[in-house]
Structures are given as C-alpha cells and as structure tokens.
Design a protein around this ligand. Structure first.
Ligand SMILES: C[S@@+](CC[C@H](N)C(=O)[O-])C[C@H]1O[C@@H](n2cnc3c(N)ncnc32)[C@H](O)[C@@H]1O
Length: 260
C-alpha cells in the first residue's frame, strides 16, 4: 500500500499507522493525531472532506479551495486523487495555511499511501517552495497563521476543509469570530466540511449564517457539512431544536481563547 518507508519521526512528530493502512502522524505539541486513527488518514480525508464537498461542487470551470490546515497535506492530496479518479477537468486552486514550517519542509520523508505516489513531484515542490502550479492545479501553502491568512479573502472559496486539531487543543480555529472570517471568505453557494460534530462548532457556524448538515456513513464516524445556501443533498440538522434542548450551549469565543 505504501511507497518506500522513510524516516519521518523527529522530536515533535511520530508516524502512526491508522486503521485503513495509511500512515498519519502524532503531534507531541498538540498531543493529538493528525487524523482519526480509527477512520484512517486517507479514508477520513476522502469521506469527511473531499467526497461531500465534490458532491456539491464539480461542474465549475474553476474551483477555489481553502484547506485549513495543510499539515501532512492529506486533504489537498486526496482532492487531487479524487480529481484524477473521476476525470474532472476544472481548474483547481488550493490555498492552505500551516503554522508548522518544520513539518511542511519534512514531508519529503513522510510515507504516503500508494494512492498519492503520482503526486510526489507536487509534494517535493511544496516542501521546497511552498507552491506548485501546472495547467490544472495551483497549490499555495502559506507558512503562517491561518487567522491572518483567511482575512485576505472575500467571497473566494467554493470549498472550505475545516480540519484544525480539536477545539480543545486548537481553539483559535473554532471560535465564532474565526467562523465569521470564514463566512466572509466563502462564496454564498460554498460548502464547508469538518469532522467536528460538537454543538459549539455547529453553533459558531450557525450564528454566522451557515446552514448545518449531517455527513453520515455506515463505516465512518459522523461529520458535519455546512453552507450559507440550502443543500438538498444532505439532511439538515435542526439547530433551533438543538438550541432549545441545550439552552446553555455557546460557541467558543476569541475573548476566551486570547484572554482579552
Ligand atoms: C489536524 S492537523 C491538519 C491535518 C491536515 N488537514 C492533513 O490532512 O494532513 C491541524 C494542523 O493545523 C495547524 N495549525 C494549528 N493552528 C494553526 C494556525 N493558527 N495557523 C495555521 N496552522 C495552524 C497545526 O500545525 C496542524 O498541522
């Protein structure tokens, strides 16, 4: 299943085999894995992000994707894999912030699943230059804070992959204020995917004008899809009902994360 094994482990990251046979990594800094080891790294990218997003978006000439955050690049690479598997022809532009420069620079040494083998030149270019471009793909990795990066865009994105570490360990990327910036950056008919099903996450999206939908399947843990528009392809979460059942629930707020 894998291309040749290489040495990736360093003082902050160790490689871990996940349930679907693909490797992910464990972050000592965040004390979390980069993917669900139970669902599997490749599978999680495909079923929780790429497939639900492309169920809505694939007929456009050009598709702009915000990938929060790049890390091992699975969501970006799984997007390219899906694109090739389904013989899509749109121009894909992928914009992805990532704070961990050391991680991105070391990805040449990561053991990716064989499904990503043909993207080796793309991984090498991103490690080296932070950017890759050909006639079908433009990929830009911004090696700094996602909060700052997202504010540069207005009505730009067709797809947002919301894949930060969990709200407990990476709260700045789950607040109501953060999702307000995401709302400004996404198109009115854009679609956001996330593994989080926490009510606080859904509230942060809902209070910014997103409709909330279920992403459920027999062989993976539930996830969330959200959009400023109505999506007929997914079952909507009844947020007024959830709120009436949990009147004390609140979204995370910047004031709590940054102690301002
Ligand atoms: C769960 S991992 C993302 C996994 C990735 N989507 C993949 O498929 O490999 C979360 C990433 O967010 C990055 N991160 C956390 N806070 C950030 C911030 N404020 N700006 C940019 N990156 C951030 C972490 O360094 C980590 O690499």
């Amino acid at each position: 299943m894998h291309s040749t094994n290489k040495v990736f482990n360093d003082e902050l990251h160790t490689m871990t085999l996940s349930e679907d046979g693909s490797y992910t990594a464990y972050s000592k800094e965040y004390d979390e894995h980069y993917h669900s080891t139970r669902d599997g790294a490749l599978k999680e990218s495909l079923v929780k992000h790429v497939e639900p997003a492309f169920k809505i978006k694939q007929d456009q000439r050009e598709i702009n994707i915000l990938d929060i955050c790049f890390a091992l690049g699975f969501n970006t690479l799984a997007t390219l894999y899906y694109y090739k598997q389904n013989s899509l022809t749109s121009k894909l532009n992928i914009y992805s912030p990532e704070l961990d420069k050391t991680l991105v620079k070391s990805l040449q040494n990561f053991t990716y699943p064989k499904e990503f083998e043909e993207f080796k030149p793309i991984i090498d270019a991103i490690c080296r230059d932070g950017i890759y471009e050909d006639e079908n793909f433009y990929i830009e990795v911004f090696l700094d804070d996602a909060r700052e990066y997202v504010r540069k865009f207005e009505s730009k994105f067709d797809i947002v992959y919301q894949d930060a570490f969990s709200p407990n360990s990476n709260p700045a990327l789950w607040t109501k204020e953060y999702f307000s910036d995401i709302k400004r950056s996404i198109k009115d008919n854009g679609v956001l995917t996330t593994y989080s099903i926490a009510l606080a996450t859904r509230l942060a999206l809902y209070e910014n004008g997103f409709n909330i939908y279920l992403n459920i399947g027999d062989d993976y843990r539930d996830a969330t899809v959200a959009s400023p528009s109505e999506l007929a392809a997914f079952k909507e979460v009844d947020m007024p009902h959830k709120i009436s059942c949990n009147p004390n629930a609140e979204p995370l707020r910047d004031s709590r994360v940054y102690n301002t």
